[in-house]
Design a protein around this ligand. Structure first.
Ligand code: BGC
Length: 765
């Protein structure tokens, strides 16, 4: 589909329809033939062991201490390092390569720079909620700059795993449930982080992950299997990875799940037929942590050597954090089970990306001369606080605002209550790279500065994140991540009730700790933990007006709290400047414009619940309820808050849709609406275009997002928003897995969320 978004960052949908047979030229780097020549020459000089060494990616730690790494570097047994994040540490290892190794092939250095390096921005789910490609580009550029300034060459990001599963803890790391929004956000990140070239001083190479379909793990249970039809795969789950590669991501991290019975790490169809032969990818594939040995648990390899054979033959180039390739590849080549050409192929991909990183021109390109390292890695002046505050404010979503309880006035007495109100660690979210918790701004600090001497701000913690000792122990398994107040739940609650009673209005910061929305953090219950639900009920009983500030990394079931609170602001994990940004929105210095990138269900029992589902033969109609229709008899079919939803402190209206050139021979139509700000405040909103193909050879989703535009309007101002649909926007993968457009009627739906839309139909051709 082709969209008319003005920023020109919008993805032409034409891209999707041709995606499987993409023009290889689009993936080529300008000097590819020089690179191929250089790499071929280098490969000729390398011994088998040196080639295998290039395939090893290790993390410096207790298992592989610096002394061991030095010996490995000397023998050419390591290709790249991850999790080392300061210039002095990186420099030592690169020096060892240049001084001690035979061929002086530079290492590259990688890290999970997912939503910031030193400055932490909102988690990706929050970035998606901004629907603001300029804001996301800012995040990408600053993250890359800070990472490159730390000597890094590659990031394990962006994560573009589409997910319909809020039970999955890694929902926090992705861009939500929609293919198009995820594709746009992933593309923006890759372009921003890699810049003109990943070799540039302030750019890093990206490694899109987790290939593929990790977001669809059954039941949202981490590391579980995925079973999916080819149509669903190609229509909804694969486009974001392909988009990231199309714009040049140099790396791909392979997912831990199986796909239709075959683990991704062992999946020749995925890693070779699709990725290499059809998508013409020339960069590296990296296995995820320990994934090669897990092939034994998956039941597709009999022993470690067999796992290595299966992985390299499937198309895994680099093995992350295990010794399997180094241990078993020499023997496998000797026995003929793996050919040297297969090792060459993998080594070539590693050398290709090192070439593209500019490391053969200058192994120190991201390090600079010795002695130039920052005096203090965590120095305040290395942070980008202004941008972090601005982006975070754009990511907040106003879910409820009964009788305009928000924005708050900076007067009287305000009580701030809740276990997340003053947590510097939690507000940063998971995968917060080299961010330092003590540099982050909590809501207590942000609100305190905002009201200064204009109003009184009272604070009480009120409860722990959870009182469940098993969950507390789980969250503190590897590090003391969860601060537990030793006072009894009752003592904490009583203090909070007394605090609330003194105030005119209560703001409660509730939700999840960062560790609850992380890798290996699947939940079977997506409500707020009981300790916090009880606290909210107790505060509600004081009769004070109540605003909830949610901090969390997934769609939650907040059905009960929705009935209790007058105002609800979803803030995700908003990063280093989160406390300031949330205060900016609470007090109306910034008008919220974020929209949900995921559907909020009424209960976990409704899952999976997503807006672009297929129709059924017996749709439920709540105006004429009928027993034999598709619904649960104990709950409404609709979500609590739909995809694309978010309020503002002003209101917007949309005119009916105008379609131009309907049914023209080019098959192109332009859909226009006029958006008007009907309120008294300036504000922004996201105009969303959905498409529906009512009759086709296979059932098509009830609607699919195809374009969006962010508009800013002064009070009373109107703007015309135009979207151009191309023929490709209308297409889909049919039963024979052929992409095409079927003639007939199409419906265009435009709104400021996915439910309340203007509709107009046209015929194609
Ligand atoms: C995660 C990846 C991450 C890697 C390296 C793995 O456990 O699944 O997303 O990039 O660790 O930190």
């Amino acid at each position: 589909m082709k969209s008319m978004c003005p920023q020109a960052i919008v993805l032409p949908l034409a891209f999707f329809c041709t995606s499987l047979f993409a023009d290889p030229a689009s993936l080529q780097v300008p000097n590819e033939s020089q690179r191929d020549h250089f790499v071929s020459m280098l490969l000729k000089k390398m011994t088998l062991d040196e080639k295998i060494g290039q395939l090893r990616l290790i993390s410096v730690g207790p298992d592989t201490p610096k002394s061991t790494i030095k010996q490995m570097i000397e023998k050419g047994q390591v290709g790249a390092i991850f999790n080392t994040v300061t210039r002095p540490d990186i420099r030592v290892m690169q020096d060892q390569v240049m001084q001690l190794s035979r061929l002086k092939i530079p290492l590259f250095f990688a890290y999970d720079v997912v939503h910031g390096q030193r400055t932490i921005f909102p988690i990706p789910l929050g970035l998606a909620a901004s629907w603001d490609t300029q804001a996301v580009a800012t995040v990408g550029r600053i993250s890359a700059l800070e990472a490159a300034q730390d000597g890094l060459n590659m990031t394990w990001a962006p994560m573009v795993d589409v997910s319909h599963e809020p039970r999955w803890g890694r929902s926090s790391e992705g861009f939500g449930e929609d293919t198009y929004l995820t594709s746009i956000m992933g593309k923006t990140m890759v372009e921003a982080m890699q810049g003109k070239s990943p070799a540039d001083r302030n750019s890093v190479m990206t490694s899109v992950k987790h290939f593929a379909l990790y977001g669809a793990v059954e039941g949202g249970r981490e590391y579980n299997s995925v079973d999916m039809s080819p149509q669903q795969m190609f229509q909804h789950y694969l486009p974001p990875y392909q988009t990231a590669l199309q714009v040049g991501s140099g790396g791909v991290m392979v997912s831990l799940n199986s796909i239709n019975g075959i683990p991704a790490t062992a999946n020749h169809w995925l890693l070779t037929d699709l990725l290499r032969h059809q998508w013409h990818f020339k960069g590296i594939t990296v296995s995820d942590h320990g994934a090669i040995k897990e092939l034994i648990n998956h039941g597709v390899a009999s022993d470690p050597a067999d796992a290595v054979r299966v992985a390299i033959k499937a198309g895994i180039d680099m093995s992350m954090s295990d010794q399997y390739y180094s241990q078993y590849l020499p023997g496998l080549v000797k026995s003929g089970a793996v050919s040297e050409a297969e090792v060459d192929n993998a080594a070539r991909h590693v050398l290709n990306v090192k070439y593209d990183m500019g490391l053969f021109r200058d192994a120190y390109s991201h390090l600079g001369p010795a002695g130039s390292d920052p005096q203090d890695t965590n120095a305040e002046d290395r942070l980008h606080r202004v941008q972090a505050r601005e982006v975070a404010a754009q990511s907040l979503v106003l879910l409820k605002n009964w009788q305009q309880i928000l924005p708050l006035k900076k007067q009287g007495t305000i009580a701030l209550i809740g276990p997340l109100a003053d947590s510097q660690r939690d507000i940063m979210g998971s995968w917060s790279a080299a961010g330092v918790a003590k540099q982050s701004v909590t809501l207590l600090q942000g609100m305190g500065e905002a009201v200064a001497n204009k109003a009184t701000l009272l604070y009480a913690r009120g409860s722990n994140i959870t009182d469940n000792p098993k969950v507390q122990a789980f969250l503190n398994l590897y590090e003391p991540a969860l601060v537990v107040d030793k006072r009894s739940p009752q003592q904490l609650r009583e203090e909070a009730i007394a605090t609330a009673k003194k105030a005119d209005i209560v703001v409660m910061a509730v939700g999840e700790s960062q560790g609850m929305a992380h890798e290996a953090s699947s939940r079977s219950d997506i409500r707020l933990p009981k300790a916090q639900r009880d606290l909210i009920t107790a505060i509600k009983a004081t009769g004070k007006p109540l605003v909830l500030v949610l901090m969390n990394g997934r769609a939650l079931d907040i059905t009960q709290q929705d009935q209790q609170a007058e105002g609800i602001l979803e803030t995700w994990f908003s990063g280093t400047e989160g406390g300031h940004a949330i205060s900016d929105v609470l007090f109306g210095d910034v008008n919220p414009s974020g929209k949900l990138p995921v559907t909020f269900p009424r209960s976990v029992g409704q899952l999976p619940l997503y807006y672009n589902h297929l129709p059924t033969g017996r749709p439920y109609d709540f105006t004429h309820p009928n027993k034999y229709t598709s619904h649960y008899f104990d709950i409404n079919n609709s979500p609590l808050y739909p995809f694309g939803f978010g309020l503002s402190y002003t209101t917007f209206s949309l005119s009916p849709i105008t379609l131009s050139a309907t049914g023209s021979s080019q098959g192109v139509t332009t859909a226009s609406v006029t958006v008007t700000n009907r309120g008294k405040r300036a504000g922004g909103t996201i105009v969303q275009l959905y498409l529906h193909d009512p009759v086709a050879s296979i059932s098509r989703p009830v609607k699919e997002l195809k374009a969006f535009q962010k508009v800013q309007l002064q009070p009373g101002e109107s703007k015309k928003v135009r979207f151009t649909l191309s023929k490709q926007d209308l297409g889909f993968w049919n039963q024979q897995m052929k992409w095409g457009v079927e003639p007939g009627e199409f419906e265009v739906l435009i709104g400021t969320d996915s439910v309340h839309t203007e509709t107009k139909s046209f015929n194609y051709p």
